[in-house]
Design a protein around this ligand. Sequence first.
Ligand code: ADP
Length: 733
Amino acid sequence: MSLAQKLADERRARLAAERLLELKQAELFSANRKLGKHAAELSNEIVETRAGLANVISENQKVKSDLQVANQKIEIAERRLWLSIASIRDGFAFFDVEGRMIAANPSYLAVFDGLEDLKPGITYAEILQIITEEGIFNIGDTPAADWRQRMLTRWQQPTPEPVVLRLWNGEYIKMIDQRGHGGDIVSLALNITDTVRYEAQLKSEQQKAEAASRSKSAFLANMSHEIRTPMNGVVGMADLLMDTTLSEEQRLFVSTIKNSGEALLVIINDVLDYSKIEADKLELRPEPFDLERCIHEVMTLLQLSARQKGVEMIVDYDLFLPTLFVGDPGRMRQVLTNLVGNAVKFTSQGHVLVRVVGVVRKGGAEAELHVTVQDTGIGIPADKVDHIFGEFNQVDEARNRQFEGTGLGLAITRRLIDLMSGEIWVDSTEGEGSSFGFRLTLPIDENCDSLPTPLPPGVRHVLIADEVEINGQLLRRQLEQMGARVTLSSDAERVAAQAASVDLVLLDRNLSDGGALELVDTLRTRAIDVPVIVLGADIADISADPRSKLTQGILAKPISRGDLFARIAQSVEDGPQTGDTAPPPPSGVPSRAMRLLAAEDNKTNRLVLGKLLKSLDIEIEFATNGLEAVDLFQSFRPDMIFMDISMPRMDGKEATARIREIESSGQGHTPIVALTAHAVEGDKEGILASGLDHYLTKPLRKPAIFDMIAQHRPPEARDPFPREAQMPDQASG
Ligand code: ADP
């Protein structure tokens, strides 16, 4: 091999080695770069991890310090809670599910008076044992084991009832135990001694107050009796004096005495009632009663003042509504008297209408009644409508000065309706009139036959002549409901022309052109013999006219539907022109007068009664006490007795009892009517329970007295009412 070759080879080898070196150097650089980059990354990671670690460490420290604060707070809260629990007056303890005491405050432990065993760990059963052994609670006569058992059973209930226990020292502890979720029991022992004592004190105060209220009521009742008795004399004597010959001036004085006396009696009754309602002493006395009759009685009583003003009194009692209900008739009458009395008082012309409608419910067992008292009087301003139901409230003093009254009537009325679970309201337009209404539900009396008497078959077409339109309309509706055809007229001439073509004519007595009797006279002269019934407020006055004999009857207004249909039936039966409204006398006129015994200790009252009855064809004897009454009962044999209740020596109740005893040996039953000034709740029952049949409150009213006499006249005695005094003017009492 040549040198040159060798040199060339060497050079090639050196060049190759140099290239390899360059390559290796490049690889080394690249490896170095990678290494450098990795090292940089690693160092970054280390920095980050270090920062995270520092964070964790600081958070850890924060949590540690928070925990410490929280622990401190818990400790403080726990300390405070225990401090509070320890400081409360009432006992507090809690027990685990096994009934083992976990903790108790000093008040809880105090009742055990330092007994060492009483500490956490003791069971409830052991506590009960200690209680009975040490006599900590007053358990009365209950055997200790029974008492413990009872307490333990109670404790084991899911929700034990609180129990009140009495400590040996007379203090009262109320135990309230409450079970928590895990079965733990929290037990509270409340010292309720003050409350118990306060309650006892309240109870005794209440008893004292009730006793005081009772004596107040009794005092009021007595006062009312004491005032009523002489007032009866004043009113009665004034009434009698009015019937004597008096000068104009004297008549004015006497009527003032009478009116003031009556007004005073109303006030006394109102105040008495109100105080009874206030003292919750007023109770309803339900009994069967006839609502329609009750309304008519009230209307009759208030008729006179209405008639004097020319105010028409009208009753519109739904023809198909029952009339017999079970309720308190006295209180119902009082409500109606207040409302109708106000209506008459505040009305100077037009009418006062009582309307009763209703719905029968529960298969005829009860009725919802809707009674309205409507007037055409002065009305009530809209802003006073609510005010007037308040106590002593009137519309305004100046307006009311011309009307008597206390402003108690409506307040009492509303309370009475409340008591009957009813509702009362008023609609009124000032200057036009008022309408007071009340709604009540009353049981229907089982003896009630609610269907009206049908019209006799011959009465198909009725002619009615009444100038007061509402009266005519009302009668028309009632007769049409019963199937008749009705023609209304207000003109006497037209009536005369049509009368021959109808079956019955009803005439208001005050028809213009001479009145009803004049028209009847004309009809009869023209030989038109259609039955005619005359309607009027003052029937005594109508009967006194000889032409009344030409009619088939006279009906008192307001007309009761019973009377109307009975009279129509009677008039058709009687046939035309018999003319007599009285029932036919029994064969042979009785020869003896009715015998009446009146027992009354008060001289003035005897005088009043004697004068009241003076015009009657009766024989009367007076007794001045119960003993005399019993004697006279045996010697005089009265047909009827009026009996005062409060009398010396023997009172009316006892006298009646003696009379009933005498009668029990087969001498029949003499009607005895109590006359009393008592207006106290329960009196009526007491009186009727003593064997009296009826009850009249003083002051004595002529219509009520006459009514009693008429009801009890035996057939063998003569009619006590002379023709001209026939069924007395109801309002003249
Ligand atoms: P009194 O009639 O004794 O004043 P009430 O309580 O019965 O008391 O009536 C209260 C007031 O309501 C009456 O004073 C009167 O102003 C008014 N009032 C009651 N009823 C009527 C009525 N029908 N028309 C007009 N005002 C009436």
